[in-house]
Structure formats: structure tokens, C-alpha cells
Write a protein that binds this ligand. Structure first.
Ligand code: C2E
Ligand code: CA
Ligand code: CA
Length: 696
């Protein structure tokens, strides 16, 4: 046997190369794991290549460190083959570690077997590349030991690589430690394998192969360069990735903020319709799962539009914020209060019993019912609520919303400022509204509209001064309908313009006929809606009607509510001035229910002010209403307006109002609205005639 000895410097270099290769391997595993697609593939093959070259170089340098008393040379084909085996084994190992989220024992053992075999194959192919005769004699015990070490080291390496593949900071230190262990294991395998080889005496090189002295240097330098470059690129990529991840993080943050904005109402910060729909879906799922209940409440502010029209959007917005605060103050437990836009809110509430919903609705109605102090004004609005309870009142989102809405309209129709639970009959109501709307289009053509006339008496009881024309609809199947049943609809659809023009003309026609029947002093009053007021040919319509029926302009009164006039104050003043210049009279209707400023009132060319029947209705001497009414009368007198009290139902009211100085009285006590053919039945009807007869 030839004496073999090792050059200790080269041995150390080989071990260092093994450690560096191990570190590269661990780093590559991290790189592949944190990339995707093509990039991951580049890292898998690039990294596997660098790693394989590293392991191979360790082995090759280790062989070079051995000095035998003969000149060594290598077969280039087998040498290259051994390197290819190392690279393939490395790529396989990297792929194995990074292709699964978990690494169970069977998979780890299989991997260790393949990788270990690869390392063993590389080693012994490399040894076979040694070209000398008669060849190595093997110590099979050492060979077995080297194979065992290769398998165990491969398993350990795979396990470490898998567990250290992700993470930041501390993981680098762990990887360094792990690569020292792995490096030693690989070197251990190699030198055990070397110990298995015995070189017989008189061995001699068979061929002039590649010479070893300069090979050691070339292989070391090239390997170090490959490993170094790989690590450098890897580190740069890691940095880039870290920066990208910071960027991605802030992007995600920005996205979350955007979502917050997109899901909330800007003004009140309440959830908006989109978020509500989402919560509603969750509530439905939860209720189905747990067999529980929830309530959906549709809420609408009564009188909000009047505030917006009279004071502008700024005040309206602040009022909405105030209302929102009042409502949220009252809420506790699991709920979503959302704003649907305008003055519409929806409350989604988990309940154990419908009574819970009633209690919450009641507190909300009461909370909103107190006046709001906003920008120096005291504003009054109220809340109308409709409640639908799941599962009883609807099986899905759409049906619940629809039914809660229907219930809310019911509240509105029943005097507002309260709440109503949904009932199936309400749906039929909604449906019949739709039908009514269709019918209304025909009503004018079919001549189904009528005017009733309510007398206005000189206080306290006569004579009759004139009539207020009040619209009725003689519906073919539903009978006689009051304006409340169809006018809101006509306003919404714009039909009110045609209807309103018809009213003006018909009232003038009727008045002309009374004039001809011997009542030439009677006047007639017609109500104008806001939409008519905004229509540009109102003046023309009125002029034509007066001319056609030969009515003196001063015998026609146009009743305009404060709210109507306040919608566009400048324009209202302009139109009314134009009309009053012609001689037509203007009357401020429903006075006391809207918001008009005194200054504005002075500019309106009205000659009459009608105290709303709500004040008159509850009128008793010394009551709060009595104070208000006497203040209104005083105000009207100072503005030189005639005062009309409407809704007079009792003799007490009649006496009291007369005492206060009201000029004209109107109400059921003195005469209900009647069709024109029945006016002769009105009380004191003939008084005017008598009065005229008394005149000289
Ligand atoms: P309004 O102008 O305030 O009309 C007075 C309403 O009070 C009438 O109701 C009348 O029947 C009712 N009323 C009169 N005296 C009494 C009373 O002593 N007690 C009570 N409780 N009520 C009394 P109606 O006819 O149902 O009209 C309701 C509203 O419909 C009117 O209120 C008016 O704003 C509107 N309206 C009626 N006709 C027309 C019309 O031709 N055009 C427009 N744009 N609106 C109309
Ligand atoms: Ca009126
Ligand atoms: Ca009125």
C-alpha cells in the first residue's frame, strides 16, 4: 500500500468550501420559497447549480489534498460526470424542500435517500476518475460508513433547509450555525469515503490526464466565485424583496383606508348602503345558523326637505349630523346604523323579540323629536320608522328592505313621527299605489277630477266672501278620493302641472258662473304646488284663465305655502310680484308650519295670511297655541295682511279667533268643502243677498 497523507491547509479549504456551499444551499432554499413563477425556477436551477458545484468542489479539493507517492491525474469525462451528479442532486434537494408546505417523515426519508445516493454517486464517480493502475482496493467497512454518513447528513441538511427556508433576521444566524454542521457532515462523508480507498504499491498513472497542482487552485477560485456571486445576488434580491414587501404593506394599508372610505358615508361617517348590504347578508346567515331574529328599520326624517329648502344645504347637512348623533347616543349592543342618502337611514338590529325593536324605535323617535339648535336656528324634524323582522317579514335582503320601506310609508301616512311594524296588507297597499298612479294618468282625460268648494266667511259668521277650491278625484272604482291620496304622487311624477292648470281654469269657470248667478263679489282661491310655481308659464296660464272667463284679477287668490315659496325665494318673489301686479291676490297658506323669516315675509307681495289649522284645532283660551295665534295675528296686522283662520270647528274657536282680530274664518263649523251644486245648503248662504238688499 502507498502511504497517503493529507495537506492540512487544503483540507481546511475543502471544509470551508463545504460550509459555504451549505450556507448557499440554505440561502437558496429561502430564496426559492419566497419567490414565485419564473423567478422561483431561476433560483431553483441557479441555486442548485451553485450548490452542486460547491459540494463537488469540496470533494474535489479534498481529493487534491491527499498526497500519494505518485503523480495523480484525472479522467475529464468522469470528473465532469461527478459534477453533473452533484448539481442534479442539489436541484432535486432544493425542489423537494420548497415544493411542499409540510415535510412529513416519509417524504424527508425518501429525499434523504435520493440526495445521499447522489452525493455517494458523485464521490465514487469522482474517485473513479483517478487514472492509475492497478486501481483502488476498497475497505468495504469504511465504504458502508461513508454511505451511512451521506444518508444521515442529507436527511439533516434537508430538514434544516426546510425549517430555515423562511423568516428574517435571526434566521441568518441559525443558517450560519446550520451550515457549519452541514459542512462538517459533508466533509466527514468525504474523508470517510477517502479512508475506504487503498492505493496498492507500485500504482502508477496510466495516462497523462489533467494535472492536479494547478487544478486545486482553479477549482477553488472558480467555486468560490460561483458561490460568492450566487450569495451576493441572493442578498441583493432579498433586500429588494424586503423593500417590495414594505411597499406592498403600505399599499395594503392604503387599500384598507380606501375601503373604509368607500364603505362609509362622508357626511355622517355612518356605514353606507354597500356596507349595510354586506352586514345584512351576515345577519341573514347568522340568523339562519342560530335560528335567531333581527329587525330591519327603514327611517326617514319628516320635514327635512323643508329645512333644506329654507336654510340651504349647509344647515341641512348639520341637521343630519345632529340627528345621527342623537340616534347613535341611544344605541347599544349589536347594530348597524347606515345612511342610505338624503334623509334616509336604515337600522339593522339583533333582537330576541319584536318588542325589543319597538322599544328601540320608540327611543329613536323620541330622541329626534326634540328641537335641534343649529346655526342659530331652532329646527324641528321627526322620524318615521318602518320595521321588518326576520324571518317573519321577508326571506331575503330585497324583500326585507321592500317591506320595511312599505311599513315606513305607512307611518308617514298615519301622521308621521312614529313607527309601524310591517304587515302583509301593506304590500297590497304599495301595489294599489302603483295602480292608482297608472289611473291618475287617465283621470284628466276621463274627466274624473272635481273641484269642491269650501266657503270663507267674514268673521264671525258671514257673509260668504268666496271659496277655496279643493281638488277631488272621482275614481271609477275607489270612489271619491281626497288630495292626500293622490297629490303627493302627482307631485312626484310631474302630473301636478297639468292638473294644476286644469284647477286654475276650472275654478275660474265656476266663479264666472256664480258671478252670473248673482254673486259678483265672490272670489275663489286655488292652491299652488311647488312644481307649478317653478313652471315658467304659470303667469300665462293664469292670465289666459282670467281672460277666457272674464274674471277680474282681484277675485282670484293663489294660496302658496311658506315651504313652497321658500324653495327658491328670489324666483317666488319675482313670479308672485308679476301676478300681483296684474291684480291677482296671493295668500300665505299653512302659516306657522314652515320656516319663514320675517324679513322674507315682508318681501312677499301677499295680501293674506292663513293660520294653519293645526294651531286652530287645539285652540283654547290661555293655551300655548292661543299665544302663538295672537302673535301671528299681531304680526300679520303689522304687515298689513288680512288674517284667515282655517280649520274652525267649534263656536269657542270662532269666538276666540274673532276676538283676536281674524278677518276671515274657514272650517267645518261654517262649511265643509262641497261640490258646487250644493253650495246653496251652506249656512248663512243668503246673508250676502240680504246684505246687498239692505244696501241703498
Ligand atoms: P289646505 O290648502 O290647507 O286645505 C285645507 C284642508 O283642510 C282641506 O283638506 C279641507 O278639507 C280641510 N279642512 C277645512 N276645514 C277643516 C276643519 O274644520 N277641520 C279639519 N280637520 N279639516 C278642515 P283637503 O281638501 O283634503 O286638502 C288637503 C290639502 O291638499 C290642501 O290643504 C292643499 O294643500 C292640497 N290641495 C287641495 N286641492 C289642491 C289643488 O287643487 N292643488 C294643489 N296644489 N293642492 C291642493
Ligand atoms: Ca289652501
Ligand atoms: Ca291650509
Amino acid at each position: 500500500m502507498l502511504v497517503t497523507s493529507y495537506d492540512s491547509f487544503t483540507v481546511i479549504v475543502s471544509i470551508l468550501v463545504a460550509m459555504l456551499a451549505s450556507f448557499t444551499a440554505l440561502d437558496m432554499a429561502g430564496r426559492v420559497a419566497s419567490s414565485t413563477g419564473k423567478v422561483a425556477l431561476v433560483w431553483l436551477f441557479g441555486g442548485g447549480f451553485a450548490m452542486g458545484v460547491g459540494i463537488w468542489a469540496m470533494h474535489f479539493i479534498g481529493m487534491l489534498s491527499m498526497s500519494v507517492d505518485m503523480v495523480m491525474s484525472y479522467d475529464p469525462t468522469l470528473t465532469v460526470t461527478s459534477m453533473v451528479v452533484a448539481v442534479l442532486a442539489s436541484v432535486f434537494a432544493l425542489w423537494l424542500v420548497c415544493s411542499t408546505p409540510t415535510l412529513p417523515w416519509p417524504r424527508l426519508c425518501g429525499g434523504a435517500l435520493v440526495l445521499g445516493s447522489g452525493v455517494v454517486a458523485m464521490h465514487y464517480t469522482g474517485m473513479a476518475a483517478l487514472m492509475f493502475a492497478p486501481g483502488i482496493t476498497w475497505n468495504w467497512g469504511w465504504v458502508a460508513a461513508s454511505v451511512a454518513i451521506a444518508l444521515v447528513a442529507s436527511g439533516a441538511a434537508l430538514w434544516l433547509a426546510f425549517n430555515l427556508r423562511e423568516g428574517h433576521g435571526r434566521v441568518t444566524v441559525l443558517r450560519l450555525g446550520a451550515s457549519v454542521v452541514m459542512g462538517c457532515a459533508i466533509a466527514g462523508m468525504h474523508y470517510t469515503g477517502m479512508a475506504a480507498a487503498n492505493f496498492p504499491m507500485h500504482s502508477h498513472a496510466t495516462q497523462m490526464g489533467v494535472n492536479s497542482n494547478w487544478l486545486a487552485i482553479v477549482v477553488t477560485v472558480v467555486t468560490l466565485a460561483i458561490l460568492g456571486i450566487t450569495l451576493l445576488v441572493s442578498m441583493l434580491d432579498a433586500r429588494l424583496q424586503a423593500r417590495t414587501s414594505i411597499l406592498a404593506h403600505s399599499l395594503a394599508e392604503a387599500n384598507r383606508e380606501l375601503a373604509q372610505l368607500a364603505l362609509h358615508d362622508n357626511l355622517t361617517r355612518l356605514p353606507n348602503r354597500i356596507l349595510l348590504e354586506d352586514r345584512l347578508e351576515q345577519a341573514l346567515n347568522k340568523a339562519n345558523r342560530e335560528k335567531s331574529q333581527f329587525a330591519l328599520m327603514f327611517m326617514d326624517l319628516d320635514g327635512f326637505k323643508a329645512v333644506n329648502d329654507a336654510f340651504g344645504h349647509h344647515v341641512g347637512d348639520n341637521l343630519l349630523i345632529g340627528v345621527t348623533e342623537r340616534m347613535t347616543e341611544q344605541m347599544k349592543g349589536h347594530y348597524t346604523l347606515a345612511r342610505m342618502g338624503g334623509d334616509e337611514f336604515v337600522l339593522l338590529l339583533e333582537i330576541d323579540d319584536p318588542n325589543d325593536a319597538a322599544a328601540v324605535a320608540d327611543t329613536l323617535v323620541k330622541a329626534v323629536d326634540r328641537p335641534f339648535d343649529i346655526s342659530r336656528y331652532e329646527l324641528v324634524v321627526s322620524l318615521s320608522i318602518g320595521i321588518a323582522v326576520y324571518p317573519g317579514d321577508g326571506k331575503d335582503e330585497r324583500e326585507l328592505m321592500f317591506n320595511a320601506d312599505a311599513a315606513m310609508y305607512h307611518t308617514k301616512n298615519n301622521g308621521r313621527n312614529g313607527y309601524t311594524f310591517f304587515q302583509p296588507s301593506m304590500n297590497t297597499l304599495a301595489q294599489s299605489q302603483l295602480q292608482l298612479n297608472n289611473d291618475l294618468w287617465q283621470a284628466l282625460d276621463n274627466e274624473e277630477l272635481r273641484l269642491f268648494y269650501q266657503p270663507k266667511y267674514c268673521a264671525p259668521s258671514g257673509p260668504i266672501l268666496g271659496f277655496e277650491a279643493l281638488l277631488r278625484w272621482q275614481h271609477p272604482s275607489r270612489g271619491l278620493l281626497a288630495p292626500d291620496a293622490f297629490l303627493p304622487m302627482a307631485e312626484k311624477t310631474g302630473m301636478i302641472i297639468n292638473i294644476g292648470n286644469w284647477v286654475i281654469n276650472e275654478a275660474c269657470r265656476q266663479l264666472r258662473s256664480w258671478h252670473l248667478q248673482g254673486h259678483p263679489h265672490w272670489s275663489v282661491a286655488v292652491n299652488l304646488s311647488a312644481l307649478q310655481f317653478e313652471q315658467n308659464n304659470l303667469v300665462e296660464t293664469v292670465t289666459e284663465a282670467l281672460a277666457q272667463h272674464q274674471i277680474p284679477a282681484e277675485l282670484l287668490t293663489l294660496e302658496v305655502t311658506e315651504t313652497t315659496a321658500m324653495r327658491d325665494p328670489e324666483e317666488s318673489v319675482r313670479i308672485l310680484t308679476e301676478l300681483t301686479n296684474m291684480g291677482v291676490k296671493a295668500s300665505i297658506d299653512d302659516f306657522g308650519t314652515g320656516y319663514s323669516s320675517l324679513l322674507y315675509l315682508k318681501r312677499l307681495p301677499a295680501s293674506e295670511l292663513k293660520i294653519d289649522r293645526a294651531f286652530v284645532n287645539e285652540l283654547q283660551a290661555h293655551s300655548e297655541d292661543a299665544t302663538i295665534v295672537s302673535a301671528i295675528v299681531a304680526l300679520a296686522q303689522s304687515l298689513h295682511l288680512k288674517v284667515v283662520a282655517e280649520g274652525v270647528e267649534t263656536q269657542d274657536q270662532q269666538a276666540f279667533l274673532t276676538g283676536l282680530g281674524c278677518d276671515t274664518l274657514q272650517g267645518y263649523l261654517l262649511g265643509k268643502p262641497v261640490p258646487p251644486e250644493r253650495i246653496a245648503e251652506l249656512p248663512n248662504f243668503y246673508e250676502e243677498v240680504l246684505e246687498l238688499e239692505r244696501m241703498p
